[in-house]
Design a protein around this ligand. Structure first.
Ligand SMILES: N[C@@H](CCC(=O)N[C@@H](CS)C(=O)NCC(=O)O)C(=O)O
Length: 224
């Protein structure tokens, strides 16, 4: 991401380009950026971009591709993108966005889910074809996958062991590792539905770690 100098006299306005959805906006990836902005308590506006329009839109505003497509060559243009009028920066890739915000604003305070029709149809047709299993597993297979998920979160739980407080890196200050972890948990909660037995189960694993952890990120879930 190109980082021009900060113009201190200009009014800071950051725009987050996010994916629209029918319920909670965004995805795991875009929530990383949204959590980072909310944690920094930066003024910003959120603008929806439909997934099928992501590439054309990124090119139009000059956002570089975040990576390459599976062929290893073709550029992969993705959402989230942020645009910061105070520095003239336009950038994509949630990790790079977090790094940019940290560098530029060091002083402040960082599923499939039900998505809009155009975005949902595009996901199914273009992105998931032959790659993802769309039907939910049943019976024994479901139980095995559920146990695996529990096991994997158990591994993640080790990041917290011996820590003072309930965050990955330290007692009081959430870090990028927390935004990425909570973005994942947030998408999981949205996908399962908060009131479901499944989410209650996940939330209770590791002595209730995941429910409590995500709850602690509620202040950063504000939608603009
Ligand atoms: N490495 C990127 C990945 C972001 C990503 O994969 N975004 C998806 C939406 S969740 C996307 O824009 N995909 C574009 C497409 O499928 O055409 C990041 O961390 O921001």
């Amino acid at each position: 991401m190109v980082m021009p100098a900060v113009h201190l006299h200009s009014v800071s306005m950051v725009t987050l380009y996010d994916l629209p959805t029918k319920t909670t906006p965004g995805t795991t990836m875009t929530w990383r950026a949204r959590y980072a902005l909310n944690l920094k308590d930066l003024p910003y506006q959120a603008v929806d971009v439909e997934l099928p329009d992501a590439e054309a839109f990124a090119k139009k505003i000059g956002a570089a591709p975040a990576s390459t497509k599976p062929d290893g060559v073709s550029p992969f243009y993705t959402i989230p993108i942020i645009q910061d009028d105070s520095t003239g920066t336009v950038g994509s890739d949630s990790a790079a966005v977090a790094a940019y915000l940290e560098k530029t604003y060091p002083f402040s305070g960082p599923i499939t889910i039900k998505i809009n029709d155009a975005t949902a149809a595009y996901c199914m047709r273009v992105r998931m074809d032959g790659v993802a299993k769309v039907d939910a597993a049943e019976g024994e297979e479901r139980e095995k996958l559920w146990a695996k998920a529990k096991d994997n979160l158990g591994k993640m739980n080790k990041w917290f062991e011996g820590n003072e407080g309930d965050l990955v890196m330290g007692p009081n200050k959430p870090s990028y590792a927390d935004t990425a972890s909570c973005a994942f948990l947030q998408s999981t909660r949205t996908m399962l539905r908060e009131e479901s037995e499944e989410w209650k189960d996940v939330a209770s694993w590791n002595d209730g770690r995941w429910g409590t952890y995500l709850e602690s990120f509620k202040p950063y879930e504000k939608l603009l």
